[in-house]
Design a protein around this ligand. Structure first.
Ligand code: SIN
Length: 496
């Protein structure tokens, strides 16, 4: 198959990029499950942007820099924030209905924001945006869609990325493309506890690594402070906007512990709150308390969260909500410029898998959908169609896994998740990463390499293992704490 633009992934950046690219040529969008299955679909909070008269670009920048421990790339950050208002406007034009009152956008707050600047739709902002973008993409004759289509690896010629090898309906095929875009989203499944759906298996990151793409800031994994502390996979998110509407964190002794710890109290940046909850959990459960709000307000403002908590017999207006941190977002990724170009010609990357450097060492809440939108709007600036010479490539053979093989791969996957949670989680001991964590992951990589042939489940585990190794190697290089990379101990000579 040939196409002008091959897009891998159907979250906000993949869908939005598809709509832009369709103005320039023929688009093929592939996604490994259904179109709606993406991290975006789970995004509760909203999109941060300079929308209020009292706000300005400098203020949004300063909040992002503070949250990111000033590790952000200022040029990229300014570019994103400068384009934030027009990105929201474009979504509204497409039919996205953000909350409004008397014709004015309603704005909310999350951690690290010094003012209300987040446009939202209830507690299901991502889902609404996905719905509208999917409708647009489906009705665009220039866009061809393949669901249940898994990208196995990228095709690389001497000079550029020329498409991808895919698994579709148990068959291996190649798609040659003038331009290939990774919009593959997050990596949350690298960890035992995550808010990310099962599909977030670091596929784009791994494919990028395999063909030599440069990566950036891979040690900065953001842990969301308030996932519901119940035994579900993935963990259910209790949006930070719940704290934005007045919820407070309380420990098992009944102490509202964030009050004295940070000037922004319960709305301090995420890395600070996640670390504090992690410490508090050593002494007993931690809860969110929003009992001062009425049932009417809570059911209107947080319909999905309210309903989900009811499944656990928790009434937000009456009960405390048990919370725990969980892996949520990769702040780094495949390094790109302002146009989404990676170091490999004709390979682009947008959204969570990209490393635009806007987030620094810890992303400011609700800057992620913004990043995905703004950068994927940039298509006109850099794209050129071209004729590619189709080299003959040998395709691997597809295999079906036997029950024993499936069991073994499942076991190795959960081992990766446990190792990463233990050694490369919220608090990191670099000695332990070097002597225990990394060698264990390398051993799993060897085990996975023993399986021959191509299979989606197998490849997802390989992708997780490669990404885990990359995170640990990046963590080892950064000897001191910064943002989400919290070093409790660097290297000691008497490690046992
Ligand atoms: C949330 O609603 O708390 C998540 C929003 C985000 O990750 O920016």
């Amino acid at each position: 198959m040939n196409t002008d633009f091959l897009i891998i992934g159907s979250g906000i950046s993949g869908l939005n990029f598809a709509l832009q690219a369709a103005k320039k040529g023929q688009v093929t969008l592939i996604t490994k499950k259904k179109l709606i299955d993406s991290n975006t679909n789970f995004a509760q909070g909203g999109i941060a942007a300079v929308l209020d008269k009292t706000d300005n670009i400098e203020r949004h920048m300063e909040d992002s820099l503070k949250a990111g421990a000033y590790h952000n790339n200022k040029k990229a950050l300014k570019f994103m924030i400068k384009n934030s208002k027009s990105a929201i406007k474009k979504l509204i034009e497409l039919g996205v209905k953000f909350e409004e009152k008397n014709g004015e956008l309603q704005l909310t707050k999350e951690g690290g924001h010094s003012t209300k600047r987040i446009a939202y739709i209830g507690d299901f902002t991502g889902h609404e945006i996905e719905k509208i973008l999917i409708k647009e993409v489906l009705s665009n004759p220039q866009i061809r869609i393949f669901e249940d289509c898994f990208a196995l690896k990228l095709i690389k010629s001497n000079t550029s990325c020329d498409g991808a090898i895919i698994i579709h309906k148990n068959t291996i095929k190649s798609i040659f493309a003038s331009n290939t875009t990774l919009a593959t989203g997050g990596i949350g499944q690298v960890y035992k506890h995550t808010t990310n759906p099962h599909i977030a298996t670091a596929d784009g990151i791994a494919m990028g690594i395999e063909i030599g793409a440069k990566l950036k800031d891979m040690e900065f994994i953001q842990f969301h402070p308030t996932a519901l502390a119940k035994n579900t996979k993935p963990k259910f998110l209790i949006s930070e906007t719940v704290r934005g509407e007045g919820a407070k964190l309380v420990n098992s002794k009944g102490e509202y512990f964030m009050q004295k710890l940070h000037p922004l109290k319960d709305l301090a940046p995420r890395d600070i709150i996640a670390k504090e909850i992690f410490e508090q959990l050593k002494f007993g459960p931690v809860y969110l308390d929003i009992r001062h709000k009425s049932k009417k307000f809570l059911t209107q403002r947080f319909p999905k969260i309210y309903k989900r908590l009811k499944d656990f017999k928790i009434s937000m207006e009456k009960d405390l909500i048990p919370v725990t941190p969980a892996a949520h977002y990769l702040c780094g990724g495949i390094q790109t410029n302002l146009n989404g170009q990676t170091c490999i010609p004709h390979l682009f990357c947008f959204g969570e898998s990209s490393g635009t450097e806007v987030h620094g060492a810890n992303r400011l809440a609700s800057n992620s959908l913004l990043e995905a939108l703004v950068f994927s709007n940039q298509i006109a600036k850099s794209l050129k169609k071209r004729n590619i010479s189709r080299t003959s490539i040998s395709l691997p053979k597809h295999i079906n896994l036997s029950p024993t093989q499936s069991k073994k791969i499942k076991y190795l996957k959960s081992k990766i998740q446990n190792i990463m949670w233990k050694y490369a989680g919220i608090s990191r001991n670099l000695d332990k990463i070097q002597k225990k964590g990394l060698p264990s992951i390398e051993k799993i990589i060897e085990e996975l390499e023993k399986f021959k042939g191509a299979n989606q489940t197998l490849q997802e585990s390989k992708n997780l293992a490669l990404c885990a190794k990359t995170i640990m190697k990046a963590a080892l290089k950064r000897k001191e704490s910064l943002g989400c990379h919290q070093v409790v101990e660097a290297f000691s000579s008497n490690f046992s």
